[in-house]
Design a protein around this ligand. Structure first.
Ligand code: B12
Ligand code: SF4
Length: 449
């Protein structure tokens, strides 16, 4: 079949993110099917998309839906209207069925199926599209394929793939070169799944709770291929790269063994590392750590069910600092247990962290399939029937978002390394300018104080 895969994400904040998921979907289809990828972030406009639909008419169109909104209460942006318009445009030029997938879709499948009037959806891992195409080609009922959903069907939770998954690194110039020119960042995975149970987090729902690891040599071979293709920086997109200390070290060692020379970064949980952990990471090229810290008051960390406490954060921070890596901490304020006193404790503890940049997100978005969702229903903040595609944020009874922001601003004074939200359009413009001038990576290191 002729398959057209569209990455619908146009968001360039904080920077443009390579649509990694489509590499896996494409690999599961090739060579039995002809796959063409259109990435809307690269500037492909309506006319170009229409030209693709007319010149090589697809038998099926897959739309990858990553972001629903930017989860930023200060500068809220939603994207579902764009996706609906995209589906209308596609429908106007082809009768081919539309299939939806992606991390955003996996959180809100029923809502997006209805909004985009799609024919099929795949929750979780899109490699299963291969099975759906077989069913369509053979006239079989696709309803029983795990993860495949049809319009108005009740949606089950994603079932992780049993099999190994492979990636076609997409070197199509129209896709890859854009990222190579704009900051040089490409991305890769070393495993899927997160075993932790943080109450607000969608990642275990999207990827599963069991960690499914990719052999370190294979991760390193992919990294080397990306470097050879022109990448100047790599981001490992694992939910928490260090959730498996042994595997993450093996991956880092494999990077070194294959002679990877470009820098890389990843999300880390601020849990206590074994001695020498970050040093070995740095020796293999790690330059940026993004800690998902969320709070620095033990009562709140406990309420969020984080797998660490303040002392662990301080320990991990010092260990990373000693290894000479750039450190950012991401905070998620205003969730269950937050009060003015816990916030004061968090701010004062953050203040003791040296040489870092801190991003403050004020307001915890309530997602289905999370403990926070169940709590919000119990507390009658939302109803079980409520549509959460439009963001709803948990409100701590003791402190509201405005008061949280005011308290941070008052404490922060003129600190330039304390950033509220993702930085909005202003940061996006600065990063785009720097990336165009040849700077590589996430660049938040320039804010470190
Ligand atoms: C890594 C990551 C980041 C990194 C990316 C760095 C980089 N260079 O890659 C950074 C930190 C920059 C980032 C930023 C943001 N992120 Co983010 N991020 C992730 C994360 C953890 C992994 C994404 C990923 O690459 N996965 C690996 C690939 C292989 O998987 P995948 O894309 O899901 O694809 C698979 C399936 O979804 C499916 N699939 C994908 N496409 C398609 C298409 C079809 C047709 C089919 C059938 C299947 C299919 O098959 C694929 C293979 O199995 C996800 C959470 C998660 N665990 O998924 C959040 C996530 C995508 N991010 C999210 C958000 C909100 C953001 C930001 C808007 C936050 C902000 N305010 O700044 C920005 C947006 C950035 C941008 N320009 O788009 C949300 C999106 C949901 C929402 N509320 O909208 C997520 C889901 C986290 C969450 N809160 O739940 N992010
Ligand atoms: S460690 Fe990170 S990815 Fe895992 S559940 Fe907690 S917040 Fe989510």
């Amino acid at each position: 079949m002729n398959v057209l895969l569209i990455s619908a994400n146009r968001l360039k904040s904080p920077y443009a993110v390579y649509p990694l998921g489509l590499d896996y979907v494409a690999r599961a289809l090739e060579p039995r099917h002809q796959v063409q990828v259109v990435d809307l972030i690269t500037g492909a406009d309506t006319a170009e998309l229409v030209a693709v639909l007319q010149e090589s008419p697809p038998d099926i169109v897959g739309i990858s839906i990553r972001n629903i909104d930017n989860t930023d209460t200060l500068d809220p942006r939603g994207f579902t209207g764009q996706y609906r318009d995209l589906a209308i445009l596609i429908r106007a030029h082809t009768d081919a069925p539309i299939v939806l997938g992606g991390s955003g879709f996996t959180i809100f499948p029923a809502e997006l199926m209805a909004l985009l009037k799609a024919d099929f959806g795949i929750v979780g891992e899109g490699e299963r599209l291969a099975l759906l195409l077989d069913a369509i080609a053979n006239g079989n009922d696709p309803a029983g394929i795990p993860g495949v959903i049809l319009p108005e069907q009740t949606v089950d939770i994603p079932r992780p793939l049993d099999a190994h998954w492979d990636r076609t690194v997409n070197f199509a110039p129209a896709v890859t070169n854009y990222y190579i020119r704009q900051g040089g960042m490409l991305n890769l995975q070393s495993k899927r799944g997160c075993p932790f149970r943080c109450i607000y987090c969608t990642y275990p729902h999207i990827e599963g709770r069991a960690m499914r690891r990719i052999a370190p040599a294979e991760v390193a071979a992919t990294a080397l291929a990306l470097q050879a293709a022109g990448a100047r920086y790599l981001f490992i997109t694992d939910s928490a790269f260090n959730a498996d200390m042994t595997h993450s070290l093996a991956v880092a060692d494999a990077f070194k063994a294959v002679g990877l020379t470009i820098p890389w970064g990843a999300f880390f949980a601020p849990i206590r590392p074994p001695d020498g952990y970050f040093e070995r990471m740095v020796q293999s090229g790690l330059t940026h750590i993004e800690f998902g810290t969320e709070a620095m008051a033990d009562a709140v960390l406990q309420a969020y069910q984080k797998p660490f406490r303040v002392a662990d954060i301080q320990h991990a921070h010092q260990a990373a600092l000693a290894a000479g890596v750039h450190i950012a901490h991401y905070m998620l304020l205003g969730g269950p247990g937050e009060t003015s006193a816990t916030l004061a404790e968090t701010l004062s503890n953050i203040d003791k962290l040296t040489l870092t940049v801190v991003f403050f997100f004020c307001g915890m978005r309530i997602y289905p399939h999370t403990a926070l969702y169940r709590l919000a229903i119990e507390e009658k903040m939302i109803s079980a029937e409520q549509d959460l595609l439009e963001p709803v944020f948990y409100r701590s009874a003791a402190i509201d978002e405005k008061a949280i922001r005011a308290q941070i601003q008052q404490y922060a004074g003129g600190r330039t390394n304390w950033v509220i939200g993702a930085g909005g359009e202003e940061i996006e413009k600065v990063l785009t300018r720097l990336h165009t001038r040849g700077f590589v990576g996430p660049l938040w290191e320039f804010l470190i104080r």
